[in-house]
Write a protein that binds this ligand. Structure first.
Ligand code: DO4
Ligand code: MG
Length: 285
């Protein structure tokens, strides 16, 4: 089941289900006005199946605008969870190489704050590169959607936009490299139902378009993530509360070559075959 938020032509925000035929079933007909209500339910999948049987009104995708499927959750991110990410960061920084090497195999994962919910960028909205950075990349990541009780209830796609020169200069600059205007995109929906075993079979594909061509393309599998989803989620919830739930990005396994940097007007297309496509254009911020 693919849960989404969307804007009607009357600019009303609604909750819906994306169908295989690329329609949206409007769950507001059944009295559902927010995602959190469903994500906090005892059995969200069962609820969604029951709601979809009620014959709700449907929209075609060209009648609506998809919004990020994030309401009030804090967005956090795990890092250096793929071997590719560890290697890239060790190359990017002599200064911090030892820290990246250690955190990859340490019991405690790297987890950092990424975004407030109100700053998250949705499908089709521009993501940003910093004006004071020279080396900027997208990080295509599987996102875990977790309820207030710490249960993983679904999956989405995220882009953890990052400035590699700022991060590489000094590890203490990580928040500036990672948390800035338009640095976090999530969408297009939350897939509810698949187990971790199923999610680990998914492919993540990144394509970056410049002008009429593709300037970079890369692929990885979710199964390359070194740690289990439960492990990542349980560390996030240690000595911490998330009254509205949380979204946890699981790290990147696709890193363009060291000579690559994003430019304004590039289009970043991230596909996770079990979820859908998240696409955003790049602007300077
Ligand atoms: O410590 C650097 C950040 C790592 C990260 O964001 C990733 O591996 O995806
Ligand atoms: Mg990342």
């Amino acid at each position: 089941m693919k849960l989404c938020r969307f804007l009607t032509s009357q600019r009303e925000t609604r909750v819906g289900l994306l169908t295989a035929e690329k329609h949206i079933l409007d769950l507001s007909d059944a009295g559902v006005n927010n995602l959190t209500f469903l994500l906090e339910a005892e059995n969200p999948l069962q609820q969604l199946e029951a709601l979809s049987q009620r014959n709700p009104a449907r929209f075609s995708l060209d009648q609506i605008q998809l919004l990020s499927p994030v309401e009030h959750q804090e967005i956090w991110a795990a890092g250096v969870t793929y071997l590719r990410s560890k290697k890239a960061r060790m190359e990017e920084s002599n200064f911090s190489a030892n820290a990246y090497d250690r955190v990859y195999s340490a019991p405690r994962p790297e987890i950092f704050f990424k975004s407030l919910s109100e700053k998250v960028i949705g499908p089709g909205e521009p993501v940003g590169i910093r004006t004071d950075a020279q080396w900027n990349v997208p990080e295509p990541e599987l996102a875990l959607v977790i309820n207030s009780r710490g249960t993983i209830v679904g999956y989405s796609i995220a882009n953890d936009m990052s400035s590699r020169d700022i991060e590489g200069e000094n590890l203490l600059y990580l928040p500036q490299a990672k948390i800035y205007h338009r640095s976090c995109a999530v969408g297009p929906c939350i897939v509810v139902g698949p187990t971790e075993t199923v999610a680990r079979t998914w492919l993540i594909t990144l394509q970056i378009y410049r002008g009429d061509g593709i300037i970079f393309e890369g692929q990885t599998t979710v199964n390359q993530i070194k740690r289990s989803f439960e492990e990542l989620a349980s560390y996030l919830y240690r000595s911490q509360t998330f009254p509205h739930g949380a979204v946890l990005l699981t790290g990147t396994g696709i890193v363009p070559g060291d000579d690559f940097t994003l430019l304004p007007d590039d289009r970043v297309r991230i596909e996770v075959n079990g979820i859908g496509v998240l696409e955003n254009t790049v602007i300077m911020v």
